[in-house]
Design a protein around this ligand. Structure first.
Ligand code: G3I
Length: 475
């Protein structure tokens, strides 16, 4: 079947499925029309998302993918397009085209962006191997790469996987010492340096150590315990790490993993470090494809629910990212001998796992879920570059206003007093659906809103560290 024919067939199939999903007639009883994961995540001060698959970057994916993606999720990661081989295919010649495409999409749709990944032994451009074993040269190559990539997306990527998968696979955890051009040439100091260079290039970005098999638990010699020990050392030495990512590629039989992730979150909380679930999928053995029963899907849903419960209950967890949206596009089938590990099936119908994630969110009211993020991180000032911010919206949730701050409107002038009335304060006005309609600066404690017509609005005043949201009536 030719590419065009294939796409046409998928489109017609998936259009029916999307309709079903949106009307709530999906796999089981998902009701995507009324509430979305995105909306419930945002109300809880958390980020839940999936990758943009490589097919999306190549415009080789069903339109339903993006529709669901931007409606259901509020954080995004590139499957392959921000990795070393994609961003620096030739020495000191950078290619940011695909990454920029994602940033534009994220900005237009109000999505947080995770950057993946800066220093990793895999998907390194071939030319780097020309310098195998040359410590000084490899340090210079890695420094140049991290500095230029992080600087290019400074302020646009909220969080980077600075080092990915640097610990080995056996039960006596230690640094990965083979098949890693960085470790073999530089030694473990490449990790410390990578965090320092990334921080220098974007001091506001969150910086993570990311790895797999951390969900196997804390115990003598385990990968998770080794990572916690390194985080302790990094924090003690002033290395600017702020988060750990547990990839969490698991199988349906791995029933103890959610509670292992909880224990890891608690250990990292003591070090003032956030734990994010960064690549979750819960696969079935590939041989079971076509033979799976309702009970199997319910079991998968139960595991998703347990991970979401842990995520919402642990105050130092911030992001929950699934490594794919639909079983139609997943590395599990292509590379893992596993299958059907995601929230949507191959026809884009939400699975019981989707219902379970929603059920967990609803069982944890916003008032009880703590967020590790500041108001500015949760509602960042808009930066749409030269583009319109499209259909991006803010949640209309007036914030508590501190005693020393006052915001009131008289006629068409907004008066602001207190700590946010300085000359750097920005004033954004949104309609009651949360769509941005006007922006200006606070000048001498005032903002002129004379161009806005009569009506009810939401105003946000922010100065980079504090952000206040209030409903106003312009008469
Ligand atoms: O680069 C070629 C491309 O030119 C060609 O058109 C294409 C056709 O098949 O193949 C291309 O590269 C593939 C690439 O994905 C882009 O599609 C590679 O062969 C393939 O190995 C690569 O797989 C990726 C894998 O990382 C590589 O390690 C998967 O898509 C991606 O999902 C997976 O993601 C990793 C995370 O980064 C880290 N944690 C584990 C996770 C799953 O393996």
């Amino acid at each position: 079947m030719g590419k065009e024919e294939k796409m046409r067939k998928i489109h017609s199939l998936s259009r029916i499925a999307l309709g079903a999903a949106i009307l709530g007639a999906g796999f089981m009883n998902a009701n995507a029309a009324d509430e979305t994961i995105r909306q419930l995540a945002k109300e809880r001060g958390r980020f839940i998302g999936t990758i943009l698959n490589s097919e999306w970057f190549n415009d080789d994916i069903e339109p339903e993918f993006q529709e669901i993606h931007k409606t259901q999720f509020n954080v995004v990661v590139a499957e392959n397009e921000m990795k070393f081989d994609a961003t620096e295919p030739k020495e000191d010649e950078f290619n940011f085209e695909k990454g920029d495409k994602m940033i534009k999409y994220a900005q237009a749709n109000g999505l947080r962006v995770r950057g993946h990944a800066l220093a990793w032994h895999s998907q390194v451009a071939n030319w780097v191997n020309n310098y195998s074993g040359q410590k000084e040269k490899l340090l210079a190559v890695l420094k140049n790469h991290i500095t230029k990539v992080v600087s290019h997306w400074k302020g646009k990527i909220a969080e980077w996987d600075v080092v990915n998968e640097a610990v080995n696979d056996d039960y006596n955890a230690d640094w990965r010492s083979t098949n890693s051009v960085w470790y073999e040439g530089i030694g473990a100091e490449f990790l410390d340096s990578a965090f320092v260079w990334a921080h220098k290039a974007d001091p506001d970005a969150e910086l993570c150590y990311n790895d797999y098999s951390l969900e196997w638990g804390l115990r003598e010699g385990s990968k998770a315990s080794f990572v916690v020990e390194q985080v302790k050392r990094w924090k003690a030495n002033g290395i600017p790490i702020t988060c750990v990512g547990t990839q969490t590629h698991i199988e349906i039989a791995h029933e103890t993993t959610p509670q292992n992730v909880r224990a890891l979150a608690k250990a990292l909380a003591e070090l003032n470090v956030t734990l994010n679930i960064t690549e979750l999928d819960i696969g079935f053995p590939k041989g079971s494809a076509g033979k799976l029963t309702e009970a199997d899907y319910a079991k998968q849903g139960h595991l998703y629910r347990q991970f979401m419960d842990v995520f919402l209950e642990e105050p130092n967890m911030g992001e929950f990212v699934i490594w794919g949206l639909t079983d139609a596009h997943s590395w599990l089938d292509e590379q893992q001998g596993k299958t059907e590990g995601l929230l949507y099936d191959k026809q884009y119908k939400p699975k019981p796992a989707y219902d379970s994630v929603m059920a967990s969110l609803k069982a944890h009211p916003a008032s009880e879920v703590k967020t590790p993020y500041s108001e500015t991180v949760l509602n960042p000032p808009k930066d749409c570059g030269d583009e319109s911010c499209g259909d991006s919206i803010i949640a209309i949730k007036p914030s508590a206003i501190a005693n020393n701050i006052s915001i009131h409107i008289a006629g068409r002038t907004l008066f602001i007093t207190g700590v946010i009335a300085g000359k750097n304060a920005k004033v954004d006005v949104f309609d009651m659906q949360g769509r941005p309609i006007f922006s200006t600066k606070c000048e001498k404690g005032r903002a002129d809103l004379s161009s806005i017509t009569e009506g009810l609005y939401v105003v946000r005043v922010h100065d980079g560290s504090t952000s206040i949201v209030k409903k106003i009536s312009i008469k």
